[in-house]
Design a binder for this molecule. Structure first.
Ligand code: GLA
Length: 380
C-alpha cells in the first residue's frame, strides 16, 4: 500500500505538478509520564514510523495570496492569510493557525496533505500536522528554527486557535525525536535526552478502535485540578512537590490528581534509569503502575483502554502495558519481549473484543522527528 508520502506527492503531481517542499512529521506514543507535561514534569515519548506529509508549492503572492489545501480524508479548503484563523472550518484550524502565527511569509501556496497516523487515536495526528506545516513554511522561507521553537509555535496554535489547553509533549517529540530512541523530556527545562529502549524489548501500539469524543472538557478540568493543588501546596507547579506535600491539598479529588502527577514524575525518572541500565523488566513494571495511577487517581482511562491493557498483561512476552496520551479512548502501549512480539500481537487481536470492536496492533521502532524530504528521497 502507498505511504502518506507517496500519496501526497502523487496527488500534488496530478493537480499542480512538482511541489517546492515536501515535509514529513511523525505521530508519537508516550511510554510513560502522562499528564505531567503541563505540570512542568517529565515524559518519555518516542516518534512513530507513521507520518503526516505535506507537499507544498508556491502560487501567487507569498504575503497575501490565498492558500489552497487538499487534505486526504478531510476535504479541500481555501484559506485567506488575513482572516481570523478561528473562523476556519474545524479540521483546517490547525493550518489556519500555522498561517497566522508562523512569522514568515505565509500566503500564496497550495498543498496536498496525507497521513498514516490514525486520527483521534491518541497518537498525536494534530501535532504532526502542525509540525509538518510549520516546518514546510519555514523551509520555503529558508528559515531554520530549533525543534523547541517549532513545538512552542504548534502548542500556541493548539492553545490559542484550536482552543485546547494542551502541553508541549506532542509537538516537541514530533519536531525533535532522534531515530532509534525514546526521549526523556524535561518539560520545564524544555530538553530532550535521547534514551535507548532496553535490548530484547519492543514497543507495541494497541489500538482499542475506540475514538475520543468531547474529551476536551475533562482535559481542562484535570489541568485546573493540578494548578489548584500546586497553589494549595505553595509551589509553582506539581513538578516541585513531593508526596509528603499532598496533605496540604484541600480538595479530595485534587489530592488524587496531584498524587498521580507526583508519582508519575518519579516513575518517569525511574524509567529513564531503567532504560539506561537496560532493565526491560523494571521499565515494564513502571508502565503498568502508571496505568493504574492514571485509571484510579487521575481518572482518564476508559473501558476499552482498561480492557486492552488487561488483555495485553496476559499475552505472551508482555513486560508492561498502559494507556497512552490524553486518555479515555484510542491507543494503549505495551513493552514486549522482542522474540515473542508476533505471538503477543496475535493473542491481543484474538482476545480483545469491546463493544463490537476489535484491536489492531503495531510493533514500532522509534522514528526520527520532522524533516524536509529531499528531492531524491521523494517517490518518483
Ligand atoms: C495530550 C496533550 C499532551 C499531554 C497528554 C497527556 O496528548 O496534547 O500535551 O498533556 O495529552 O500526557
Amino acid at each position: 500500500m502507498a505511504t502518506a508520502l507517496e500519496r501526497s506527492v502523487r496527488r500534488f503531481g496530478e493537480r499542480w505538478g512538482e511541489p517546492d517542499v515536501v515535509v514529513r512529521a511523525p505521530g508519537r506514543v508516550n511510554l510513560i509520564g502522562e499528564h505531567t507535561d503541563y505540570n512542568d514534569g517529565y515524559t518519555m515519548p518516542m516518534a512513530l514510523p507513521f507520518d503526516t506529509v505535506i507537499a507544498l508549492g508556491s502560487h501567487g503572492d507569498q504575503a497575501t495570496g490565498p492558500v489552497e489545501i487538499d487534505a486526504a480524508g478531510f476535504g479541500e479548503v481555501v484559506l485567506d492569510p488575513a482572516a481570523d484563523p478561528r473562523d476556519a472550518p474545524t479540521w483546517a484550524r490547525h493550518l489556519a493557525g500555522v498561517i497566522a502565527l508562523t512569522h514568515v511569509p505565509a500566503g500564496g501556496w497550495r498543498a496536498t496533505i496525507d497521513t498514516d497516523i490514525p486520527t483521534g487515536a491518541s497518537l498525536s495526528s494534530s501535532a504532526a500536522l502542525e509540525v509538518a506545516a510549520i516546518t514546510a513554511l519555514l523551509a520555503r522561507a529558508g528559515v531554520r528554527r530549533s525543534p523547541i521553537d517549532v513545538a512552542r509555535l504548534g502548542q500556541r496554535i493548539e492553545n490559542e486557535v484550536v482552543g485546547l489547553p494542551s502541553g508541549i509533549m506532542d509537538q516537541f517529540i514530533s519536531a525533535g525525536a532522534v531515530a532509534g530512541h525514546a526521549s526523556l523530556m524535561d518539560c520545564r527545562a524544555l530538553t530532550l535526552t535521547p534514551t535507548p529502549l532496553p535490548s530484547g524489548a519492543v514497543v507495541a501500539i494497541l489500538d482499542t478502535s475506540t475514538r475520543r469524543v468531547l474529551a476536551e472538557a475533562a482535559y481542562g478540568e484535570r489541568r485546573t485540578s493540578c494548578e489548584r493543588a500546586a497553589r494549595d501546596i505553595g509551589v509553582p507547579a506539581l513538578r516541585d512537590a513531593t508526596s509528603a506535600d499532598l496533605e496540604r491539598v484541600r480538595d479530595d479529588t485534587d489530592r488524587r490528581r496531584a498524587r498521580h502527577v507526583i508519582s508519575e514524575n518519579e516513575r518517569t525518572l525511574s524509567a529513564a534509569e531503567a532504560m539506561t541500565a537496560d532493565d526491560a523488566v523494571e521499565l515494564g513494571r513502571l508502565m503498568s503502575a502508571s496505568h493504574r495511577s492514571l485509571r484510579d487517581d487521575f481518572a482518564v482511562s476508559g473501558p476499552g483502554l482498561d480492557r486492552i491493557v488487561e488483555v495485553a498483561a496476559d499475552a505472551p512476552g508482555c513486560l508492561g502495558a498502559r494507556m497512552t496520551g490524553g486518555g479515555f479512548a484510542g491507543c494503549a502501549v505495551a513493552l514486549v519481549r522482542a522474540d515473542e512480539a508476533d505471538a503477543f500481537a496475535a493473542d491481543v487481536v484474538a482476545r480483545y473484543h469491546h463493544d463490537g470492536l476489535t484491536a489492531r496492533v503495531w510493533i514500532c521502532a522509534p522514528a526520527a522527528g520532522a524533516e524536509v524530504v529531499t528531492a531524491d528521497a521523494r517517490p518518483a
